[in-house]
Design a protein around this ligand. Structure first.
Ligand SMILES: NC(=O)c1ccc[n+]([C@@H]2O[C@H](COP(=O)([O-])OP(=O)(O)OC[C@H]3O[C@@H](n4cnc5c(N)ncnc54)[C@H](O)[C@@H]3O)[C@@H](O)[C@H]2O)c1
Length: 372
């Protein structure tokens, strides 16, 4: 198969769909890999790294879209890219179609087959191509939060780990899923006193079994949250209710009960945020203050560490990318129901129920489509 990887053109996107290592694996299996010149630079991979891996560098995205059998990307195709997609071409990338009718209609009109990273599943009921980005955002949260806690940035001027004779920062993590667990691990590693709140008892049992002693956990109620945030130096929002906007778990009124200069890091901002006073910010201007409380609410946190994010995403996508290249999408999806769960669009038909429901478009079962 001819696999093409264009440079990402969405503003502020520095990741790239294929690492040189992924390209090398594909080439070793007999596939041809073409990479747009400079595509990997934002993540620290120059053209030579790809050439050494056996890929060929091409000058334009047009050449990639015109000749590749499969396009591997990070972000959803932008309007100019969607115009270049062809009938029969396979697109493997994040799509997030439900809130995006324009993209959905363009993909349907193109005749391409589109497999969305975010809906590929695994045996544990997880989303393996979303998890790496949650891991990155979770681990980044205490890092950016501790920077915000510094006095010059508007924070309380508290050091995460304290020093001998001075106690550590108190960190509360609301939501103990992928983001929350990784956030708690790093905050605890920095020496902070960490408590994780979650609504799932099985999850709390897991956290207790695996991390008991390193950080505390508590069942999440409005009362427990109110009590913990009063004393917190940093609160990290990491809740998710699948398919719904994030619940508002800290109100504006409650900010006045918190210590002046305390920090809220709302990782759940991409689902609307779990603090009432959260509004999405960018890496260029990430923090703001409301009622004396500092807020960090960047919606694409992994972009700040594009190299780590690219490699983490590449590790997760590579086995699926290779299966698609080796077998073709139809056979690969027949062999792997988790990959089939990623099928969102095929030959003008929508194949993902939640997207159809959100956009009022008829859906054809993916099981029917792979047999057609
Ligand atoms: N800002 C970013 O760059 C970025 C990056 C990655 C993920 N995210 C977002 O972070 C959020 C968390 O993602 P995740 O992968 O950890 O999800 P997850 O499903 O692994 O974990 C969510 C957890 O929230 C818990 N929860 C639900 N309601 C709760 C409540 N009322 N109180 C306490 N806990 C509650 C659930 O039990 C679950 O354990 C999502 O909104 C995700 O989209 C943002």
């Amino acid at each position: 198969m001819k696999i093409g990887c264009p440079k990402e053109i969405k503003p502020q996107e520095f990741r790239v769909g294929m690492t040189p290592n992924a390209a090398q694996e594909a080439v070793a299996r007999g596939h041809e890999v073409i990479i747009e010149t400079g595509a990997g630079l934002g993540a620290g991979f120059d053209n030579d790294a790809y050439t050494a891996a056996g890929a060929r560098i091409v000058d334009t995205a047009e050449e990639i879209f015109a000749t590749a059998d499969m396009i591997v990307k990070v972000k959803e195709p932008q309007a100019v890219e969607r115009k270049m997609l062809r009938e029969g071409q396979l697109l493997f990338t994040y799509l997030h179609l439900a809130p995006d009718p324009d993209q959905t209609h363009d993909l349907l009109a193109s005749g391409c087959t589109a497999i969305a990273y975010e809906t590929v599943t695994d045996n544990n009921g997880g989303l393996p191509l979303l998890a790496p980005m949650s891991e990155v955002a979770g681990r980044l949260a205490p890092q950016v939060g501790s920077w915000t806690l510094q006095k010059a940035n508007g924070g309380r001027g508290v050091l995460m780990g304290g020093v001998p004779g001075v106690g550590p920062a108190k960190v509360v993590v609301i939501g103990g899923g992928v983001v929350g667990t990784h956030a708690a691990q790093i905050a605890a590693g920095m020496g902070a006193d960490v408590t994780v709140l979650d609504r799932s008892l099985p999850r709390l049992r897991y956290l207790d079994d695996v991390f008991g002693g390193r950080f505390k956990n508590q069942y999440s109620t409005a009362g427990a949250t109110a009590e913990l945030i009063r004393d917190a130096d940093m609160v990290i929002g990491a809740v998710l209710i699948p398919g719904a906007a994030a619940p508002k778990l800290v109100t504006r009124e409650q900010l006045s009960t918190m210590k002046p200069g305390a920090v809220l890091v709302d990782v759940a901002i991409d689902q609307g945020g779990c603090f009432e006073t959260s509004k999405a910010t960018t890496h260029a201007d990430p923090i703001y203050e409301v009622d004396g409380i500092m807020h960090y609410c960047v919606a694409n946190m992994p972009g700040a560490v594009a190299r780590t994010s690219t490699i983490a995403l590449g590790n997760a996508t590579m086995p699926f990318m290779l299966a698609l290249a080796d077998k073709g999408w139809r056979q690969a999806c027949q062999d792997d129901p988790h990959l089939l769960a990623g099928l969102n669009v095929h030959a003008g038909q929508l194949t993902y129920y939640a997207v159809g429901k959100a956009l009022g478009i008829d859906v054809v079962s993916p099981n029917v489509v792979i047999k057609s």
